[in-house]
Design a protein around this ligand. Structure first.
Ligand code: IDP
Length: 154
């Protein structure tokens, strides 16, 4: 399993509006993952539609796109061993009411349409979503680790 596996995580407008950004970043940091990309953006309709293109035939698609473009989203790339599957486990099930307490959705949400956070569901999705949301110059290219501590390279 590679130490440099990367996943795309986005705190949706509800999570930002509810002041959960610090709590969520803290959970990933405490787990031992490294933040290699971070920005706050109000996504364009094009970006939102591309991000959720696999759902374009679903009845909730237009509501989902309107919601995700309604305010600031905190877009992040997290790096570390097993980060894609572990982030999904830390996030919980799509429906917060089905998410175990201890997960982000299980601790902070009740509505499927306001489920706080997105995380890539596979290596292919992570690659696609990172490229969609970030330019390569916005990501740290080399992460130097020392016992899980991030030390900027000189
Ligand atoms: P995920 O975010 O847990 O990967 P997906 O099935 O990929 O879940 O759905 C993408 C997003 O679409 C969900 O996070 C949620 O915001 C929204 N969504 C999914 N199912 C429904 C629904 O039945 N009603 C409203 N929104 C939904």
């Amino acid at each position: 399993m590679s130490n440099d596996e990367r996943t795309f995580i986005a705190i949706k407008p509800d999570g930002v509006a509810r002041g959960l950004v610090g709590e969520i970043i803290s959970r990933f940091q405490r787990k031992g993952y490294t933040l290699v990309g971070l920005k706050q953006v109000v996504p364009s309709k094009d970006l939102a539609e591309s991000h959720y293109e696999e759902h374009k035939e679903r009845p909730f698609f237009s509501g989902l796109v309107s919601f995700i473009t309604s305010g600031p989203v905190v877009a992040m790339v997290w790096e570390g061993k097993g980060s894609i599957a572990m982030a999904r486990a830390m996030i919980g099930a799509t429906n917060p009411l089905a998410s175990a307490p201890g997960t982000i959705r299980g601790d902070f949400g009740v509505d499927v349409g306001r489920n706080i956070i997105h995380g890539s569901d596979s290596a292919d999705s992570a690659k696609r979503e990172i490229a969609l949301w970030f330019k390569s110059c916005e990501l740290l290219t080399e992460v130097v680790r020392s016992s899980n501590l991030y030390v900027p390279s000189l």
